[in-house]
Design a binder for this molecule. Structure first.
Ligand SMILES: Nc1ncnc2c1ncn2[C@@H]1O[C@H](COP(=O)(O)OP(=O)(O)OP(=O)(O)O)[C@@H](O)[C@H]1O
Ligand SMILES: [Mg+2]
Length: 923
């Protein structure tokens, strides 16, 4: 089935040993020439225009450099292809040698292809430098392209500026991504003998890769990824389970920490306020107590002073009483003693008697003592004289000289007489004297006052005593008594002198007696005085006793008072001591209250358990609260360290999953929560393990699905290539055969996953059975090993292609290698059909542009097969060219290659032979 669009002709000028070659391409061609002439090299020239990419050019035994020299020996060597395209009509795609280093250049322009246009006026071929100008000269707008641009252009990619879309697009593919694969298959269709089973498989995969998302499954990675979490979780689960007790302790400590934090937060302002209040309280109270103390001290001192005063008074009173009592006693004593004495005079009488007695005795003794008896007698005589004188005086008392004189003379004259006359004369009684008062008077007048003159005698009486004193009778009696007493004394003296010792003793006794009496008198006076003072004294005693009693009572009371005071003082002292002690304690704790660390300032921002204690802090509880608070602060710090330590220990024990919590506290919370939900965790872990199986098999399912899709595609493909009978084959298909160990492993995993997913055997699949299932594990290991050996599992790894051939009446046979499947011709056919089918699949089937395929060594096929092939190729959109030493009559054209005398090959359109069935010609 020829097309209106497609390859028209291939022209070689000055290339591949051809001076000029014109080859029709719009129908099947039989290219005829002996061996080693240039059939293959002619067809290969098309590679430059269709394969383009130097890497994919394939000239069999000839290397690419050699080929370049062969195809582009000069800058006027041309390979030209004329194609008719639905969009732009005839186009010419060309390749021209550059002349140096056998390089070449692509160019293209709107056709048709006129060989004459390449010839200069001088008959020579135009060279590359002049080509565009030359073509332009013929009205062709040609451009040079780099190989990349050219390829893009030919396969419908980018275009040059000024170019319309698809202007030069020969091959429009359903998917532009297939360009590479297409070119490779195309290369092979030009050299079918080289098409191997492996390549068929590769190309088919490439072709179907559109339907098979290019999935390479790194099963190990997938597995590890899917189970990474499960394994990690399981490790964490185990770590938590093994460390349950430690976590419980952690929990307890954390709870304690939260509670302590709450308490500290609540108490801190209370304590600050309490401390301030305490300071005031302490100062006030301290002053108060001190004041009280001083007051009591003063009271005590006063009391003591009073006491001392009382004691002093007491002793004074006692002394007084003692004295009074003594007096009383004395009184009694003296009373008794003088009971019989009624009057003092009695005693006085006794005393004076005794005194007299004694004096007499003294006198007696003193007289006796100092005078001799004769002297005493003399004295006695004198006394007797005196006594007689006195007696006379007494007798003349009423009338004596003196008295008479006194009557007659002046006092002064009397005095002189009194001094000059003896006493006895003056007392003479009237009878014994005669007086002439005148005479006397006269006489006396002539006498000096102090002189007593007698005729012839003048006496000084100035110093003479008065001889006579006028005395009363009583006086005289007294004097007589005295005189008599003196006489008696003298008598006694006289006797005493005669008995002196006795008298002395008597004197002592008498003295004693006097003394005793004096004393008695004295004592009596005393008694009298005591008696007189007694009422006062008794009153005094009573008063003193009263006062004493009062003092005693007062002292007793003072004692009690003192005791009370002492107790009060002690009490105040105790209070002060207690207050000071409390203050010291509070101060001590305050200095070291333990909440100075930075963390205490933002404690409220940290997690804590609100404290529900008393919101008031009475001062009485301050110290205790402060102590508790301080203990809390230290405990908190201890807990901080402790909890960190425990947390780190849990890390060491493997529980690390919460390490990336925003803060350690959160981590602890999560750890504890985790521990409490271990049972749930176990369940979740199991679910996760199952879902990991499901996840891990998802990629396998994809792979498995892709395998299925590929199988479906192959089914389609086989239908395509079986449309026409190949040779004598009843069956020809390319069959994907599973790499069963891999596919079975995949299926096992998928089935497990399905069971798990459907939950149908929930009980059976506990976590360990999923993770530890032996078969599953083998499957997993196989997939991992195979995957790592192949750098990931691909669909291609899951099957190999076998070629199944079956002749009529024979069993279908499978072959891994197509080359060994049948005879050369049959194999060639099979390959060609396969290649064309592949190209066909890639092409845009809505655009019918016929290309070319080439069958070398075509003589291996019989005519029926030739026809069948031509038809098949045509159906796939290709004109088929056979090359053989002798002509094949099944082709439309027969084109012989002419060998010139200059050794160059030559094909001219004049030598083309068109073969037609007779009927057609006749018609
Ligand atoms: N790419 C190339 N580079 C250099 N020389 C080549 C190249 N291709 C072919 N030749 C040479 O061209 C000549 C013709 O070879 P070619 O293969 O075209 O002959 P043929 O007609 O196909 O022969 P046969 O019927 O045996 O296949 C040979 O001498 C060969 O060495
Ligand atoms: Mg050949």
């Amino acid at each position: 089935m020829s097309s209106d669009y497609g390859f028209q002709q291939l022209v070689l000028l000055n290339s591949a040993g051809y001076e000029r070659a014109e080859l029709p391409l719009d129908e099947s061609v039989s290219l005829i020439a002996p061996n080693n002439t240039g059939k293959t090299s002619l067809i290969n020239a098309l590679q430059y225009l269709l394969i383009i990419d130097k890497r994919h050019l394939d000239f069999g035994a000839h290397d690419k450099d050699k080929a370049r020299r062969f195809y582009f020996p000069s800058n006027s060597s041309y390979i030209l292809l004329e194609v008719t395209l639905p969009e732009s009509g005839s186009v010419v795609l060309g390749c021209v040698g550059k002349g140096f280093s056998y390089d070449y250049n692509y160019f293209a322009y709107q056709g048709p292809l006129q060989i004459e246009e390449y010839r200069l006026d001088n008959g020579k071929l135009v060279t590359q430098p002049q080509l565009l100008e030359q073509l332009a000269h013929h009205g062709r707008t040609a451009n040079f392209y780099s190989s990349t641009e050219f390829a893009e252009m030919v396969y419908g990619g980018a275009r040059k500026r000024g170019q319309t879309s698809s202007e030069f697009t020969v091959f429009r593919l359903e998917n532009r991504k297939d360009a590479n694969a297409y070119r490779q298959v195309l290369t092979r269709t030009l050299r079918l003998d080289k098409l191997s089973s492996g390549e068929v498989k590769r190309h088919l995969l490439q072709i179907f890769s559109r339907q098979l998302p290019d999935s390479v499954v790194d099963f190990k990675q997938e597995w590890d990824k899917a189970f990474a979490e499960v394994n990690q979780d399981r490790e964490q689960y185990r770590a938590a389970k093994n460390q349950q007790t430690l976590i419980d302790e952690l929990d307890r400590h954390q709870e304690e920490r939260l509670a302590i934090r709450g308490r500290i937060i609540a108490r801190r302002p209370l304590i600050d306020d309490g401390l301030e209040r305490w300071q005031n309280h302490y100062q006030t109270e301290s002053k108060n107590l001190q004041h009280q103390h001083e007051k009591l001290r003063k009271q005590e001192a006063d009391l003591l002073e009073r006491d001392r005063e009382q004691t002093r008074r007491q002793s004074e009173l006692n002394q007084q009483l003692e004295a009074l009592n003594k007096d009383e006693q004395r009184h009694d004593e003296l009373g008794n003693r003088f009971a019989l004495i009624h009057d003092r005079s009695e005693l006085e009488q006794q005393l004076s008697s005794a005194t007299e007695e004694r004096n007499r005795q003294i006198a007696l003794l003193s007289n006796a003592h100092g005078q001799s008896a004769a002297a005493i007698d003399d004295l006695i005589r004198r006394e007797e004289e005196e006594l007689s004188a006195l007696g006379k005086e007494q007798e003349t008392l009423s009338d004596n000289l003196y008295l008479t004189l006194k009557q007659h003379i002046s006092k002064d004259r009397l005095s002189v007489l009194n001094r000059g006359l003896a006493r006895q004369l003056l007392t003479l009684p009237p009878g014994d004297y005669q007086l002439d008062p005148n005479q006397l008077h006269r006489w006396l007048e002539g006498m000096a006052a102090d002189r007593f003159e007698l005729p012839g005698l003048n006496l000084s009486v100035a110093d003479q005593p008065l001889q006579y004193q006028q005395r009363s009778n009583e006086e005289i009696i007294r004097l007589i008594d005295d005189c008599q007493s003196r006489l008696r004394q003298l008598q006694e003296q006289k006797t005493a002198t005669q008995e002196l010792d006795t008298q002395k003793k008597r004197r002592a006794k008498l003295e004693q007696e006097v003394k005793s009496l004096e004393k008695d008198l004295e004592q009596f006076d005393e008694l009298t005085q005591l008696q007189n003072s007694r009422p006062d004294r008794l009153k005094e005693i009573a008063t003193a006793r009263q006062e004493l009693a009062k003092i005693e009572h007062a002292q007793e009371q003072a004692g009690a008072q003192q005791q009370a005071l002492r107790e009060q003082i002690q009490e105040v002292a105790n209070q002060r001591q207690a207050l000071d002690a409390a203050h010291q304690e509070i101060d001590r704790i305050r200095q070291n209250r333990g909440d100075t660390d930075e963390q205490f300032n933002w404690l409220a921002d940290l997690p804590h358990t609100p404290w529900v204690g008393d919101p008031e802090l009475p001062l009485g509880q301050l110290a205790q609260t402060l102590r508790d608070y301080q203990r809390d602060c230290y405990r908190l710090k201890e807990l901080d360290r402790d909890l960190d330590h425990r947390r780190i220990n849990l890390h060491s024990g493997g529980l690390t999953k919460f390490q990336y919590a925003p803060n350690p506290e959160e981590e602890i919370r999560l750890m504890v929560e985790f521990r409490h939900h271990l049972a749930r965790e176990a369940e979740a872990l199991e679910k996760k393990a199952r879902s990991a199986v499901v996840t891990v098999t998802a990629s396998l399912r994809d792979l498995r699905g892709n395998l299925q899709s590929f199988e479906n595609a192959m089914h389609e493909f086989n239908r395509l290539i079986s449309r026409r009978k190949l040779s004598d084959l009843k069956v020809f298909r390319i069959q994907p055969v599973h790499e069963s160990h891999l596919v079975e492993a995949i299926d096992l995993l998928i089935q497990t996953a399905e069971k798990v997913e459907s939950g149908e055997s929930f009980e059976l699949f506990n976590q360990s059975s999923v993770l530890d299932d032996r078969q599953l594990d083998q499957a997993r290991q196989l997939l991992i090993d195979e995957g790592s050996a192949r750098h990931g599992l691909k669909v291609a790894d899951l099957f190999r292609l076998t070629f199944e051939l079956g002749k009529e009446n024979q069993d279908v046979e499978s072959f891994d290698d197509i080359d060994s499947a049948a005879s050369n011709g049959t194999v060639l056919m099979a390959k060609l059909v396969t290649g064309l089918a592949m190209l066909h699949l890639m092409q845009d089937k809505t655009r019918n542009v016929q290309a070319l395929c080439y069958l070398d060594e075509a003589l291996a096929l019989d005519a029926a097969n030739q026809r069948s092939l031509i038809k098949t190729a045509s159906e796939f959109g290709f004109a088929l060219m056979f090359a053989s030493p002798s002509p094949l009559i099944t082709a439309h054209y027969c084109v012989p290659i002419q060998q010139m005398s200059n050794g160059k090959n030559h094909i001219s359109r004049k030598h083309w032979q068109i073969l037609q069935p007779l009927e057609a010609v006749e018609a």
